[in-house]
Design a protein around this ligand. Structure first.
Ligand code: CO
Length: 338
């Protein structure tokens, strides 16, 4: 059975050193020495990455061992650089998108790609998204769970979502710049506590801000199973009903109704949580996503779905059906003879 991993990150082996070019060490840089590849940000070590972060062929061999056929690759959120001057960030996004497109061109049966855009300038973000889809052959773009002071309902961002709907571009919402980071220095809490909350912030903003209501054709997927959003929908819906004066100011529709329009990846690390996610959002809304190749990702891609012992129809939907619908691609894109 065709298996498409919708949440997999890739890096180029090298990208423009904007920290040096603009004298701003907030730009992440890749430092290669002695066989190590280390990302530095703010002048400090951020993360070491290995061959499976950037070597397209090595990755294929690795994920094939788990029966995965295709990865939908996106950049690593530390590179979003929404804080930067838009034109400087655009240089980085363009280089990343060209790398993603090259891999998809070279291995069309093993990779599809979604691009990255300087969301801090909705105008440049729209232009780069159009380039991604119309010229580079990517399926859409990945965006952060918020952009500086803007949540995803910001009126400034609406033209971007409108353009995505018009283009038929798939949107992947990925947590980043986690809330509370300054007050949670220990225990990796921004990743363990902040990331799920970021996804709920993004989903609630798109729903309560009326973005999804106004753009019925917009296709949005949430990484990490939607974070805490599906798991706290009872509370969110209760708040919507009890205090519409606070919650329903911009959209009168019950938030639960939007599950049937959204996509969620399966990366929740708990069979009971995955079962709950399927029950609450619907068996047709969830797709394989692993956060490959990082340690917080699903280490055996697809094992969480397999552990549920579902029938072939549900497995097909989770392993590729929902992903193809989100991406706007036919099954034949990955099944034709090479
Ligand atoms: Co991720």
């Amino acid at each position: 059975m065709l298996k498409i991993d919708t949440h997999a990150h890739i890096l180029p082996p090298q990208w423009p050193d904007l920290a040096r070019k603009y004298g701003d060490d907030r730009f992440p840089v890749m430092v290669r020495s002695g066989g190590h590849h280390r990302i530095y940000k703010d002048g400090k070590f951020f993360r070491e990455v290995w061959k499976n972060a950037f070597d397209a062929e090595y990755r294929i061999q690795e994920y094939r061992q788990h029966g995965v056929d295709v990865q939908v690759v996106s950049t690593v959120p530390v590179l979003f650089s929404y804080w930067a001057k838009p034109n400087q960030a655009l240089e980085l996004h363009r280089a990343l998108n060209e790398h993603t497109a090259e891999i998809c061109r070279n291995y069309p049966q093993h990779y599809a790609g979604i691009g990255t855009v300087p969301l801090q300038s909705p105008r440049l973000a729209i232009e780069e998204m159009e380039r991604c889809v119309e010229q580079l052959g990517l399926q859409g773009v990945q965006i952060g769970s918020h952009c500086n002071k803007w949540n995803l309902d910001a009126s400034e961002l609406f033209p971007f979502f409108e353009a995505a709907a018009d283009l038929g571009a798939a949107i992947l919402v990925h947590p980043w710049d986690m809330m509370g980071t300054d007050t949670m220095p220990k225990y990796w809490l921004p990743w363990l506590v902040g990331m799920p909350a970021e996804q709920s912030r993004a989903a609630c903003s798109l729903i309560f801000g009326g973005v999804l209501e106004r753009l019925p054709s917009l296709r949005v997927a949430f990484a990490h199973g939607g974070g805490s959003f599906p798991f706290t929908i009872g509370r969110i819906e209760h708040g919507f009903k009890m205090r519409p004066d606070l919650v329903a100011t911009d959209n009168a529709r019950n938030p639960r109704e939007y599950f049937s329009r959204l996509f969620f990846d399966s990366c929740v690390h708990d069979p009971q949580a995955l079962r709950y996610l399927l029950d609450v959002v619907g068996y047709d809304r969830v797709m394989l996503g692993t956060d490959y190749p990082f340690p917080l990702g699903e280490q055996e891609p697809g094992s969480g779905i397999e552990a549920l012992g579902l029938g072939d129809r549900d497995r097909a939907r989770l392993f590729h059906g929902a992903a193809l619908e989100w991406l706007g691609l036919p099954l034949s894109r990955f099944t034709r003879e090479s």
